[in-house]
Design a protein around this ligand. Sequence first.
Ligand code: MEV
Length: 358
Amino acid sequence: MKIRASVPAKVILFGEHFVVYNKRALATALNLRLSVEVSGRGKDKSGYHLYIENIPSFGFQMELAEGKAQPFINYEGASSAIAYVRGAIEYLESKYGIEGGVEMRIKSDIPLSAGLGSSAATSVATIAALRRYFGVDSDSGEPTPKLEEIREDAHHVEKAIQGNASSVDTAISTYGGYVMIENGEVKRLNLPAIDLIIGTIGCIPLGVSVERISELSLKTKKLVEAVKTRREAFKSVFEHIFNASDELTKEAILALEQRDFYRLGSLMNINHGLLDAIGVVPRRLSELVKLSQELGAPGAKVTGAGGLDELGGAGSVMALPPPGDSNGAIKIKTAMALTGALAMVLKTNAKGLIVESV
Ligand code: MEV
C-alpha cells in the first residue's frame, strides 16, 4: 500500500504578523505543491526512512574575480523541514499510537524559509499521509477525510516547533482556496482566482556569516519575537498600526469580491508600509516591491514573516499584475529575476489537501 498526500503553498495577502495578535488576515493557496508518500519498509525494518527530493535549491553566488562558484543549497531550511516531519511523527505516535516501519518520500516545488508555507505544508502532508496509512482516517468515503482534525494536529506541531504561531499557514495548506482568520477563528471564503507575481530571495550574499545562515530556519520565530519586543516598546503607536491592518483586510476582501484591482493594489501597498513600520522589511525585499510598483503593479508587498538584513534579506514579496497589460506580469517577473530573485507567476485559490492511494 502506498499513500500520497499533497498540499499547496500559501501566500498571505493581508495581515501577516498582525494575525498573531488576533487581527484579521487573508491568505490563499498557490498552484505549487508539496507531497509526502508513505509506503511499507519490508517485514524486518522498523522506524521511518525519509527521502527528500527536489526541494528547490537557493542557487549560487560567485565572486567573478575568484572564479569560484559557491553553491548555496538551503541545508538549514532542509533540516527545518526534517524538524517538522519529526515533530509530526512524535505527535502522531503519542496521540494515536502509530509505530513506524515506513518509507517516506517528500517532493516539493515550494522554496524553503521563503514565507510560502513550506513548514505548514510539510506538517499537514506528513500528518495526513500517516493518518491514512495507519488507519486513523479510513480510505472510504470522502477523498479528504477529517480535515478539521488534520489541521488541528498540524497546528499543534507548528506551535511546538515555532512557538507563537497563528492558524493561517496550516489552514491554507489543509483547505486550499481562500481563508480568513478572525479572532483566531478560521473561515473559508469563496473569492475569485487571480494571478500573482511572487519573488523570493533565497540566495544569501557571500558577506553573510555561516553562523547567521544557520539562523535562517528559525527566521519566523525570530521575526515574531522581534515584533513583540518592538510592540512592547511602542505600545500605543502599535495599537493604531495593528487596528489599521485589521481594517485593511476587511476592505481587501470587498475589493477582491468586486475585482477592483486598483483598490486591492493600493491596500497591498499600505499593508507593505505597515510591515515596514513594524520592522520586518529588509532592503532586498523592499527593492523588489519598489521595482514592481515602478513597472506598473497596482500593488506589491512583502508576504509571510518578512526578513532581516542580517539574514541576507531572505523572504518573499508578491505583486499584482498590471491590469490590461498582457505582458505586464512577465515584465515584472523578468525584472525580479534579473536582481537574483526566484520569480514565478502563480495562481491563487489552488486546491487544498488531497490524499490518495497510489
Ligand atoms: C508566517 O507565515 C506568518 C506570521 O504571521 C506568523 C504566524 O501567523 O504564525 C508571521
